[in-house]
Design a protein around this ligand. Structure first.
Ligand SMILES: C[S@@+](CC[C@H](N)C(=O)[O-])C[C@H]1O[C@@H](n2cnc3c(N)ncnc32)[C@H](O)[C@@H]1O
Length: 410
């Protein structure tokens, strides 16, 4: 039996409501009204299960499962490799655009707390579906959306027009916001930021809200809800998880640790360290330690090889994909470990500093941590309240240069 699309979107809204995700009646009506299938392009992409190597294969419109996806609670990949599939047989390496998972879309819209008459900026138009939801709820005249990829932006414009919405669409770099349409009451990023752009703060009215996925690359990508205070600083907390692709210019170079660690490199230095890397390597990715380390030690990645015997020994790699790495031969109970390092950063010292700062603050769980971001994109991490700052890593972010500690803003 063919179920009409209108019934499927009502069923999707009901499923999200039953799961306790969709709680706001106004947003429920919106999910029931906007046809998600109409925003999916002819070709979408899914993991190539046969290849088993994480590559992405195109799924044509004729595929039997495809019509299901529009109203299942799944994200649908709509572009790979910025529109030019990287592999010679037409498969892709990296998802670069998608229609986000409906439960996440709804959670973010509810966190945004946008009500009648508010002006909203969305970063990452992609298919236009989320933009259509905003238009349906607030009226297109209150919605601005920016997409960096011109082909996607054109497609979104045509999808939105076909569905009857004409918001203000911009092709450009959303990290700059849309100054010509500012100020906004709400900014919603549907793409992950490693460094939250200052423009999102400066273009939001005092009392306004910025909701964005925050991806340090080390901790689980967190959903941040920041409230902009008078004076142009925004403060907020993690309100959930939000796995999203990175802003285009904040992506990490892809590859395994082997692509970034050359143990034979002539400049590599052998030394002994008292830093135990295991608490950081074993940290719960959704916990407070991982968030602190991710925030204070930018671009940190780890790889860990445990000994096959029951000695507990392990080889640990710390690397930043930008020319610095450390290797530690971990031996349980040994306070003086063999190590090697290469590059300008001392990653062992950095993770040690971050872990000590977190422990000195009482080892707070993620929900007790908060973040402040200025209109110039400077970032501070705090515990319980914005004045209670965690000291940044010397020379790292949040220290204003080489100072070992930060002072509190007034
Ligand atoms: C997960 S998709 C957004 C989903 C979308 N809101 C929807 O409903 O379909 C992320 C989008 O952000 C876009 N993007 C990445 N970097 C950007 C940037 N700097 N400025 C604007 N858009 C960007 C990508 O091209 C991609 O289309």
């Amino acid at each position: 039996m063919i179920v009409p699309h209108s019934e499927r979107r009502v069923a999707l809204a009901a499923r999200l409501a039953d799961r306790g995700v969709l709680t706001d009646p106004a947003w429920r009506r919106v999910v029931e009204s906007v046809p998600r299938h109409a925003f999916l392009p002819d070709t979408v992409w899914s993991l190539d299960v046969d290849a088993g190597d994480g590559t992405l294969a195109p799924v044509p419109r004729s595929h039997p499962d495809r019509s299901q996806w529009a109203y299942d609670d799944v994200s649908v990949i709509t572009q790979v490799d910025d529109g030019a599939p990287a592999l010679p047989d037409g498969r892709g390496e990296r998802a670069t655009s998608s229609a986000s998972q409906p439960s996440l879309v709804v959670a973010m819209l509810q966190a945004l707390d946008a009500t009648d008459g508010m002006d909203v900026l969305e970063i990452g138009t992609a298919t236009g579906y989320n933009c259509a939801l905003l238009c349906e709820r607030l009226g297109p005249e209150h919605v601005t959306s920016v997409e960096i990829d011109p082909t996607l932006a054109r497609q979104a414009q045509s999808n939105l027009a076909a569905a009857g919405y004409e918001p203000w669409l911009v092709v450009g770099d959303g990290t700059e916001g849309v100054p010509g349409r500012a100020p906004f009451d709400r900014v919603l990023a549907t793409v992950a930021a490693r460094d939250i752009p200052g423009a999102w703060i400066s273009q939001t009215r005092p009392g306004g809200v910025v909701v964005t996925p925050w991806a340090t690359g080390f901790a689980t990508t967190a959903l941040l809800r920041l409230v902009v205070a008078e004076g142009g600083v925004a403060h907020g907390r993690v309100v959930g998880d939000a796995p999203f692709m990175w802003l285009r210019d904040q992506r990490v170079p892809s590859g395994q640790w082997r692509d970034f660690v050359d143990e034979q490199a002539p400049g590599a230095v052998g030394y002994r360290t008292t830093v135990d890397p295991m608490p950081v390597c074993d940290a719960d990715p959704s916990g407070g330690l991982a968030l602190t380390v991710g925030a204070l030690v930018p671009h940190l990645n780890t790889a860990l090889y445990r000994a096959a015997d029951d000695s507990g020994e392990a080889t640990v790699y710390l690397f930043d994909r930008r020319g610095s790495w450390a290797l530690v031969e971990y031996v349980p109970g040994d306070a003086d470990l063999e190590a090697h390092r290469f590059g300008p950063r001392d990653l062992c010292a950095e993770i040690d500093h971050a872990r000590r700062a977190w422990e000195a603050a009482g080892s707070p769980a993620r929900e007790h941590l908060g973040i402040s971001v200025t209109a110039t994109g400077e970032r501070r991490l705090w515990v319980e309240e914005p004045g209670n700052l965690l000291p940044g890593v010397p020379g790292g972010p949040g220290t204003g240069g080489a100072r070992p500690h930060v002072t509190c803003w007034s």
